[in-house]
Ligand binder design. Structure first.
Ligand SMILES: C[S@@+](CC[C@H](N)C(=O)[O-])C[C@H]1O[C@@H](n2cnc3c(N)ncnc32)[C@H](O)[C@@H]1O
Length: 274
């Protein structure tokens, strides 16, 4: 049985899972990859530039994962930061990151984004990356409703997810893409076009303020270097090579991304609560 050893700082994520079976994002994380979202740091930077988090903001981040965006948000010194993460290993990892960053009063709650243990109107900014695409439609709608409940009037929701293009993509083609992605990354995938993401936000009572798309190049060398830096990329590559089964698994993920490259992108949306 090929399991990933504690390659990276005793990372608890998916520790008991087999390389061939674990969700691709946890495999990448255990091999040292830190950016687990489709549009990389570039798309996160676009969102941060749009929403300009500041001292007046009460920030709630859905699914902080490894806490990379959490650190970016905290660097803007918001009034408060709360992460909502359902994976216990990711909660522990992010807590350590925040302590290292000196953000002692930031907190991570172990919870499902569908039922957030915070009062109505407790956020002025909700941030969520690479977590909606893996939810079934009903759960997605429940998460959007929860975001709406949390946001105060005038509050904003920043979203970064996978999308398909063009807008008139044949539904059969979309089914094939979702099926292939799910098989490669071992997580169910439910995505839409940018206009369909917008529609979901509007159905929840939010108003779209800005949207952009970025090519989906998560496992391409140029994107790896942009996201992880040269040393981070080398460390990731070394870990892939010395972990039995990892190269074949990630090769399959990249092959799938490439097969559908013409129809896949990252989408970033900012929506406001009227
Ligand atoms: C692909 S990772 C993305 C992590 C991080 N946002 C990033 O962009 O690097 C997906 C994350 O979403 C979390 N997640 C998935 N569904 C969730 C839910 N319903 N509630 C809270 N967290 C969830 C997972 O535990 C994981 O940390």
């Amino acid at each position: 049985m090929n399991t990933v050893q504690d390659l990276d700082n005793h990372l608890p994520l998916g520790a008991d899972l087999q390389v061939g079976k674990m969700p691709a994002h946890w495999l990448m994380a255990r091999l040292g990859k830190r950016i687990l979202r489709p549009g990389g740091r570039e798309t996160t930077a676009w969102l941060l530039e749009r929403v300009q988090p500041g001292a007046d903001d009460d920030v709630v981040e859905l699914a902080p994962g490894l806490g990379i965006t959490a650190c970016e948000l905290l660097a803007r010194r918001p009034a408060s930061y709360t992460g909502i993460e359902r994976d216990p290993g990711a909660v522990r990892f992010t807590e350590r990151q925040l302590l290292r960053a000196g953000a002692a009063d930031a907190r991570i709650l172990r919870a499902d984004a569908e039922r957030i243990p915070l009062p109505d109107g407790s956020a002025s900014l909700v941030f969520g990356e690479a977590m909606l695409s893996m939810q079934p439609e009903a759960k997605k709608a429940a998460i959007f409703a929860e975001v709406c409940r949390l946001l105060r009037p005038g509050g904003r929701y920043a979203v970064h997810e996978l999308a398909v293009i063009p807008e008139d993509l044949d539904p059969k083609r979309l089914e094939d893409i979702q099926h292939d992605l799910g098989r490669a990354i071992h997580v169910g995938v439910r995505i839409g076009t940018p206009a369909q993401w917008k529609k979901l936000l509007e159905q929840a009572g939010l108003r779209l303020e800005a949207v952009t798309t970025t090519p989906m190049r998560l496992l391409e060398w140029d994107r790896l270097v942009d996201d992880e830096g040269i040393w981070g990329t080398l460390r990731f590559a070394c870990n892939v090579l010395r972990t039995p089964g990892a190269l074949a698994r990630l090769w399959e993920v990249r092959r799938t991304f490439r097969r559908h490259a013409g129809h896949l992108c990252a989408v970033a949306l900012v929506a406001g609560k009227p």
